[in-house]
Design a protein around this ligand. Structure first.
Ligand SMILES: Cc1ncc(COP(=O)(O)O)c(C=O)c1O
Length: 394
């Protein structure tokens, strides 16, 4: 008895948070789960997590709901100072609360920036594959999109500065950076970011840096470097987009923010947003304040768990013939290269095997798939087994 208790204690997870607990998301109108409603397909496509959010966030939301009134809400001074403190403690980035502009979503921010910077017909440059609103945003806002392919060194991806220089045009006004990168999982280093910054200076570009995944660095020893910390000139030409929504699993609450050190750029954004962009929902503010203020222990436990899941994905898929998995330095998204398998429609192939993945073509890279491993390990194991069996069958 004493022995089995000891054994249980020794094998118990070292965290008070239970990421193994399955939560049934069917019939909750979940975008991710509803796609395959009524079919035996494990959905590992869209980027939200199958984990309940951190207890302090739930507590704050319960308290706010108990108040019972959901009137128009401002970002409070407390919220702004919680965010400023988190950015300083986490990334060594000191910002002024005046630089913050709150948004009901980050994709909204991407589109706003495309609208605010330059004029119709001007160009936006970015590196692909990339999160698809980086490609649709410029088009929606009447801008030309210039795509520089990321360079692939083995399975590791990097910006191609020579290609960037050869593609830029006199009408290019905006460079869009995704860091950490969705879908290739890179955390770009200071040494990689500096030449991108110098390029922006040389061509007088505004840089929009989407850093929504910065709280999800999985690789020990790596640190997120906010682009705007590279120097005063870069800061003055930067619009950094962030949110608690990926890290703390709150995307349904509609809350993100832009950090914009330059007053002129803030004014351009405000003008583009006027009358179109709604206020941030009350509960989005509540959850965001609790996440940055009290979410750290949960986030550390989450990162440990995600790292374990990532290692499973890398080990189990990496050993399969003709399957390449990029190192996932950050995010909970694995980027899988299936080009050598010669599958006509990789997404369909795995759907037929009972696993729903995101088609790489959406990110500008046919032949690849994106797998979201932010789910209980048992679900992930089942999905990986289904994938391995399907590939073994051919
Ligand atoms: C790089 C990146 N930016 C933005 C978003 C979405 O932001 P939001 O849901 O706030 O529009 C995602 C979601 O996966 C993302 O990966």
């Amino acid at each position: 008895m004493a022995h089995s208790k000891l054994h249980r204690l020794a094998s118990a997870p070292m965290t008070e948070f239970d990421f193994d607990r399955p939560i049934d998301r069917r019939n909750t109108a979940s975008t991710k789960w509803d796609r395959y409603r009524g079919r035996d397909i494990l959905p590992l496509w869209l980027a939200d997590m199958d984990f309940a959010c951190a207890p302090p966030i739930l507590d704050a939301l319960h308290a706010r709901v108990a108040h019972g009134i959901f009137g128009y809400t401002e970002p409070s001074d407390t919220l702004n100072s919680v965010v400023c403190r988190a950015l300083e403690e986490e990334h060594g980035w000191r910002i002024d609360p005046d630089w913050l502009r709150w948004l009901p979503g980050l994709v909204c921010g991407i589109n706003l920036v495309c609208q605010a910077v330059g004029s119709p017909g001007d160009a936006v440059i970015t590196a692909t594959p990339v999160y698809h609103p980086f490609m649709s945003g410029p088009r929606h806002q009447g801008r030309e999109l210039l795509r520089v392919p990321l360079l692939q060194d083995g399975t590791r991806w990097a910006w191609d500065l020579d290609a960037l220089a050869s593609l830029v045009t006199p009408r290019t006004r905006l460079l869009m950076l995704c860091n950490p990168h969705n879908p290739v999982g890179r955390v770009f280093t200071r040494e990689e970011l500096e030449p991108i910054g110098r390029f922006a200076q040389a061509h007088d570009l505004i840089v929009c840096s989407d850093e929504i995944h910065c709280g999800l660095v999985l690789e020990p020893g790596l640190r997120h470097v906010p682009l705007a910390t590279l120097g005063d000139d870069i800061a003055a030409r930067s619009i950094t987009l962030m949110a608690a929504s990926k890290t703390f699993n709150l995307p349904g609450l509609g809350c993100a923010f832009a950090v914009v050190p330059d007053a002129g750029l803030r004014q351009l954004l405000e003008r583009a947003a006027a009358g179109i962009v709604p206020r941030v929902p009350t509960l989005g503010f509540t959850a965001t304040a609790a996440a940055y203020g009290h979410g750290l222990p949960w986030r550390h436990a989450l990162i440990d768990y995600l790292r374990g899941n990532r290692d499973q994905v890398t080990a189990r898929l990496g050993e399969l013939e003709g399957v390449g998995v990029s190192p996932v330095e950050a995010t909970y998204l694995a980027w899988i290269d299936l080009r050598d398998r010669g599958l006509a429609d990789p997404m369909r192939f795995f759907e037929d095997a009972g696993v729903g993945l995101f088609d790489g073509a959406t990110f500008g890279a046919p032949g690849f798939l994106r797998l979201n491993f932010a789910c209980p390990r048992a679900t992930l194991d089942a999905a990986l087994s289904r994938m391995a069996r399907a590939l073994a069958r051919g």
